[in-house]
Design a protein. Structure first.
Length: 366
């Protein structure tokens, strides 16, 4: 099978969505499928809408020798006016690979309306969908209001190599000093770092320390706000903003902490939650998104409402005060981690789905 994949930038970008795309491409190539990556530089939403009218881009899509075209959904503005024509003219299925809907991100009201209209048109124009979670599937269905062929394929767990065991979790939980809290995520508003800082500001600083790992260049205004909030924290607060670091160093970072917190305003899946569980860390996650598909509330972690620092505070305080609970939840998180699929399983599920779509298109002669 010859598979086309539309992305922005390149497959080595560090994010959960790009990791998903990269694992798919690696699997397809190991299975001797030919993969053609059709990449565009990441630009503004408006400039991507203009891509639909660029002759060179239209020609690349039209002439790509593929049996199926998979579009990373975040690239939808660059193909929104093209996918129906491509499906008919090339007689191939066009499939949307849905990690995160742009319309779920914080934005000005006018932009939100634009995103919803354009995104809904794109999602209605493709032939089928691949979703990274049940929550993403629900979000897409709410926009398109029609049943299209679809499959849910969760991200895998086996890219994460951690040798931590029950004894390590117990020893780590009892370590002296303040509770070592880890946040891993790009420093953007949607990830909710400001909510975590608000909650922590209400706990005596000797009771905790925070490490922040993630890109600092995506939303400069928000990063400036976070820097101001960090400076305004109570005297003695220990906050280490590390920025982005190589993935190979992440297992060591996770293992050096005792609790993972990312109170996103919306999180369609959150591969980083799985990675934290693989390191035996209890989690505090947001209820907005797929966290309920990952976190066993009250056993491996807690799920909080978005933008609710006082609720988050109550759960943070429980872990600050009860190290036995920290160890218990960490062990459960590690146990639950073993139940997540492997990348090959999810990639095979997607590949079988694409093969069925392609075979059906051929059998209909269209």
């Amino acid at each position: 099978m010859q598979i086309g994949l539309v992305i922005y930038d390149h497959l080595d970008v560090i994010s959960g969505g790009y990791l998903y795309d990269r694992k798919l491409v690696e699997f397809w190539r190991r299975q001797d499928h030919e993969v053609i990556v059709l990449a565009l530089p990441a630009r503004s939403y408006g400039r991507h809408l203009v891509d639909n009218f660029l002759p060179a881009w239209r020609r690349r899509l039209r002439e790509a020798p593929v049996d199926v075209l998979v579009v990373d959904e975040l690239c939808h503005p660059s193909v929104v006016l093209l996918v129906r024509g491509l499906s008919r003219q090339k007689k191939i299925p066009v499939v949307s690979l849905n990690h995160l809907l742009r319309s779920t991100e914080p934005k000005l009201p006018v932009l939100g309306y634009l995103y919803r209209v354009v995104e809904a048109y794109f999602l209605n124009s493709v032939d089928a969908h691949v979703h990274n979670s049940q929550d993403t599937a629900r979000q897409v269905l709410a926009l398109i209001r029609q049943e299209l062929p679809a499959v849910v394929a969760y991200p895998g767990r086996d890219h994460w190599l951690s040798e931590i065991g029950p004894a390590d979790i117990a020893v780590r939980a009892k370590a002296s000093g303040g509770l070592k809290i880890l946040y891993v995520g790009n420093v953007i508003e949607r990830k909710g770092l400001h909510v975590l800082l608000d909650a922590l500001s209400r706990i005596p600083p000797q009771g905790w320390c925070l490490t922040v790992v993630g890109r600092l260049d995506l939303e400069p205004r928000y990063v400036a706000r976070i820097n101001a909030e960090v400076k305004a924290m109570p005297e003695g607060a220990q906050i280490n903003v590390m920025g982005a670091i190589p993935f190979a160093e992440m297992p060591k970072i996770f293992s050096a902490h005792q609790l993972f917190v990312m109170p996103s305003l919306y999180e369609p899946f959150g591969i980083v939650y799985v990675e934290a569980m693989g390191a035996g860390l209890p989690l505090i996650a947001s209820s907005a998104g797929a966290s309920a598909e990952l976190v066993d509330h009250g056993r491996s972690g807690f799920i909080v409402a978005p933008e609710h620092p006082l609720e988050l505070l109550s759960y943070l305080q429980r872990f600050v005060d009860d190290r036995a609970l920290l160890a218990q939840f960490g062990q459960q998180a590690l146990n639950d981690f073993q139940g997540f699929p492997r990348w090959n399983d999810s990639a095979q599920l997607i590949t079988d789905f694409l093969s069925e779509l392609t075979a059906e298109r051929v059998s209909k002669g269209c």
